[in-house]
Write a new protein. Structure first.
Length: 102
């Protein structure tokens, strides 16, 4: 092993770890967005907040659901954390659906 490689190895490991963390955060954000859309559609169909929270928990466990109504729309907002090394990072996703929609 050369000295140059020994010096570069920690930098390579750091870049790889940062890249993997970014991919993980992106995956969690997509999961939150999908869960918010599912919860908003359930609320739009007239389901209760408890049913929407169950849907959100099943798709994005650990996320907090809050709902709001802005006629004719009902909106679901999910707030969760990235987890792992970046668990302090708060992620948010919001989706709206028309009330009475199918």
């Amino acid at each position: 092993m050369t000295a140059e490689f020994a010096v570069a190895l920690p930098a390579i490991a750091l870049v790889l770890a940062a890249s993997l963390a970014a991919v993980h955060v992106s995956a969690v954000q997509v999961r939150l967005a999908d869960a918010a859309a599912d919860a908003a559609r359930a609320l739009g169909r007239g389901e209760s907040d408890a049913v929407a929270a169950g849907i959100a928990a099943r798709n994005a466990g650990g996320a907090r659901l809050s709902t709001s109504v802005d006629e004719p729309f009902v909106c679901a907002t999910l707030v969760g954390h990235a987890g792992g090394v970046l668990s302090a990072l708060e992620l948010r996703a919001e989706s709206c659906a028309m009330r009475g929609g199918l």
